[in-house]
Design a protein. Structure first.
Length: 422
């Protein structure tokens, strides 16, 4: 158990909405004595509600986190994922000791460097160089340690030209560059990074992800990373924690965690009640059925793939006025496939109520894919549903040699020939 650097047991954090306090000075003093001096639970803490921002609540107490438990080993790169407001940043603030838990216990072995918000620990009137020393001291670095790493920090940040300029004149991206450079070069055992890297440009994000990878894999230090960029999380992290409405709903390897997160959206065969669709509604998608070689059979790589769509066509609009597109994307939003009725010859005299899309040989590797439906009538959008349904593909013997291709190697499988000659 000596390799465990973070252990969290029954961690909860409650916030009070609106007016803060018990209502009287005597009760406030009693709360202080009970919780801060005696270390006992808050006697005035009311029964709160889950942290679901989409639902109107009845209580003025909200549990931003509730009964969270996990362990993190040294050298792990942990991706913490979830929707906005799920409690990810609250968890990082608790781990960084920015705020204290309402209940539960956090045990941490080692020094923590954290980057939670743009410009945290920076003084706007001080120059970049002075803020490196100030921020380093806040993070626990000695002056001699900062001086030894100063040139390396400035070089990594890429703001050498402005390092003696007050940071109040920096852009938010320059703030992040300098702050991350300081945090990443602190010789801490644990590095905590929130979504702030999204402020930086693509080149700097890639540089930061590479540095965090070196910290975790090369130096054996622990990284906790919060991001909505699933590709970055998958590339950097080996384990994941999924938080929903303040509760830990899944933890495990990063691929499984991302899949569980993406499956959190409801995907139903019945499309008639889908909200958030666009279009004038002259024709609407009513239902979808996805299957392999036969009805009720799984979709397998290298075998047939069927997509049956049922339409609601009350105006009896004929096929010559209709265009139907199906776009298939991976779990990171990268488009992998597009098929359209505009690419094939269709009988103009048909009043379509059902449409079948047939792939004679499914080129998708094993995994979960997301399909968007797009339908126009006379060039105007009639129905448009983003992420309308899933295509769940199982591994198959695509190359007829008994060898399966890992999803990480390729999401699309292609027939090919290879020859060697002298």
């Amino acid at each position: 158990m000596s390799d465990i650097v973070i252990k969290v047991e029954d961690l909860s954090k409650a916030y009070q909405i609106g007016q803060i306090g018990t209502g009287t000075i005597s009760r406030d003093l009693e709360r202080f004595w009970t919780t801060k001096v005696m270390g006992n639970p808050d006697p005035f803490l009311k029964i709160g509600e889950a942290n679901d921002r989409s639902v109107k609540g009845e209580s003025d107490i909200v549990w931003s986190l509730r009964d969270v438990n996990f362990e993190i080993n040294q050298g792990d790169a942990i991706g913490i994922i979830g929707k906005n407001g799920a409690g990810k940043s609250t968890l990082l603030k608790l781990l960084s000791r920015v705020t204290s838990p309402t209940t539960g216990e956090i045990r941490i072995k080692g020094r923590i460097a954290s980057l939670l918000e743009v410009g945290t620990g920076f003084h706007p009137e001080l120059s970049g160089r002075e803020n490196i020393f100030l921020n380093g001291a806040i993070l626990g670095m000695r002056k001699s340690e900062i001086s030894r790493k100063l040139d390396e920090i400035i070089d990594f940040s890429g703001v050498e030209r402005y390092v003696d300029t007050p940071v109040k004149r920096y852009s938010s991206g320059m703030y992040v560059r300098l702050a991350f450079a300081v945090a990443a070069h602190l010789e801490s055992e644990i590095l905590i990074v929130d979504e702030v890297l999204a402020v930086g440009d693509a080149e700097f994000q890639k540089k930061c992800l590479g540095k965090m990878g070196d910290i975790s894999k090369g130096e054996g230090r622990t990284v906790l990373f919060v991001s909505h960029n699933m590709a970055a999380v998958q590339n950097l992290c080996n384990r994941g924690l999924l938080i929903e409405n303040g509760s830990m709903v899944h933890q495990g390897d990063i691929n499984g965690t991302i899949t569980r997160y993406l499956q959190g959206n409801s995907f139903l065969d019945d499309l008639s009640q889908v909200r958030g669709r666009k279009g004038n509604g002259k024709i609407k998608f009513q239902s979808v059925n996805v299957y392999g070689n036969q009805l009720q059979e799984s979709v397998i790589s290298g075998q047939q793939l069927h997509i049956d769509l049922k339409l609601l066509n009350l105006e009896n609009i004929t096929s010559d006025r209709i265009r139907l597109d199906v776009r298939v994307e991976d779990d990171f939003g990268q488009r992998l496939s597009w098929v359209s009725s505009s690419l094939v010859d269709i009988d103009d005299a048909i009043v379509p109520q059902q449409i079948r899309i047939f792939y004679p040989r499914n080129n998708f590797n094993n995994g979960i894919y997301f399909a968007t439906l797009f339908l126009t009538v006379d060039g105007e959008v009639a129905d448009w549903i983003d992420n309308a349904f899933q295509i769940i593909v199982e591994s198959g013997d695509f190359f007829n040699n008994g060898r399966l291709v890992p999803n990480r190697q390729s999401k699309i499988l292609m027939d090919f020939n290879m020859t060697f000659s002298s």
